[in-house]
Write a protein that binds this ligand. Structure first.
Ligand SMILES: [Zn+2]
Length: 371
């Protein structure tokens, strides 16, 4: 994820902080400084830092629960609105998703209980309202914040944990895709209500509402994409008309091809028809600036481009594109010759066509040799 700094690794998960979170800390410092000077400013920042440590523990609740089901978590990022752990995949079994989603809020329940027990043991619950000791005040505020985190995260809308809990519960009764669609619609409805509340109340709510609405739309779209790809083969979606460059071609030749066509990625193919690599528009421009038009495309290309067979399932190839981060995937025949290209973009185009004509079976995007 761009715009975030890695601050460390915990059990193979990179802990990252988004730049906007650092700006948020600065904003907190300034806001408290204007109220109560330097002392108050640092106290405010200390509270927010402790609070986000609780958020991080919450994320590790999800991460360790996911690990139980063999799902790895490459990274967790702290944003001003909370933490997001990027799971390698969401467990599709509803009961497993339920456990993973609920594990985070349960961590905050545990923290709140521990803090309240500590407070109760030290000052007596009846005195909590008028605590003089500033250290006790911080503990009480932190306990209250953890309770808020539990309530906020259980709002039944994506990307909050409540949205996933809702989807998992719905998925016990219907298909995963249907459950996502229903949960996303409920989330969008909630977002609209939050937005209206925000207009009359706290403007911060409007920002949260927009964010929740977009997240719900994105979640539904991802599942639609996966569904569209299901049951289709790579050959149904691959690009078959494209220009290739030989290994001896220069970056200048590539630049001419870029102008001549609408292609943005050019496969480098050797005499035997085998894919050697892919030259992207960005790499081409970079090579032109750094080494000039006479330099070789072999030096500028990306070499380790994944390949799939034309009759491989499209959803598996789609996964390969997202996981490898490669601009395109090469489609090869059984002898290893390049016969097509597949990009997230053209799979997306096919998805739009299918959405426009859900029952079409003989469209150009769904043709398949009989048998
Ligand atoms: Zn969570």
């Amino acid at each position: 994820m761009p715009w975030s700094l890695t601050v460390g690794h915990v059990y193979g998960t990179a802990v990252r902080i988004h730049v906007t979170f650092l700006l948020f800390l600065v904003w907190i410092w300034v806001a408290y400084y204007r109220q109560g000077g330097t002392g108050a400013a640092w106290e405010g920042v200390a509270f927010v830092a402790l609070l986000f440590f609780c958020v991080l523990l919450h994320e590790f609740g999800h991460i360790f629960a996911a690990r139980r089901y063999g799902v790895k978590t490459p990274e967790v990022t702290l944003w001003p609105f909370g933490g997001i752990a990027r799971l390698e995949r969401i467990p599709e079994k509803p009961s497993e998703e339920l456990v993973v989603a609920i594990a985070g809020p349960l961590v905050n329940v545990a923290i709140a209980v521990l803090l309240l027990l500590y407070l109760g043991g030290n000052v007596g619950v009846e005195h909590i309202e008028n605590i003089e000791n500033p250290q006790m005040g911080l503990v009480a505020k932190l306990a209250a914040a953890n309770i808020f985190l539990v309530v906020f995260n259980l709002i039944p809308a994506f990307p909050m944990d409540g949205g996933r809990v809702l989807r998992a519960l719905l998925a016990l009764k219907m298909s995963h895709a249907q459950a996502t669609q229903t949960a996303a619609s409920i989330g969008q409805g909630l977002a609209v209500m939050l937005g209206i509340l925000g207009i009359f109340g706290n403007p911060m709510l409007i920002i949260i509402a927009v964010f929740v609405f977009l997240a719900a739309t994105g979640e539904a779209g991802q599942v639609q994409m996966k569904q569209a790809a299901q049951g289709l083969l790579v050959q149904d979606a691959m690009i078959t008309h494209f220009e290739t460059l030989g290994p001896q071609a220069s970056v200048g030749d590539a630049a001419e091809a870029l102008i001549r066509t609408t292609q943005k990625e050019f496969p480098i193919v050797d005499g035997a028809g085998h894919l050697r690599g892919v030259l992207t528009r960005d790499a081409m421009i970079h090579a032109l600036q750094a080494k000039g038009p006479a330099s070789s495309v072999i030096e500028a290309m990306q070499g380790d481009v994944p390949t799939v067979g034309a009759r491989a399932p499209l959803d598996r190839a789609l996964k390969q594109i997202t996981e490898s981060g490669a601009p395109v995937v090469g489609v090869v025949d059984p002898s290893g010759k390049l016969i097509g290209l597949l990009s997230a973009e053209n799979v997306g185009e096919m998805m739009m066509l299918r959405a426009a004509q859900p029952d079409a079976r003989f469209g150009p995007w769904a043709k398949r040799p009989a048998g």
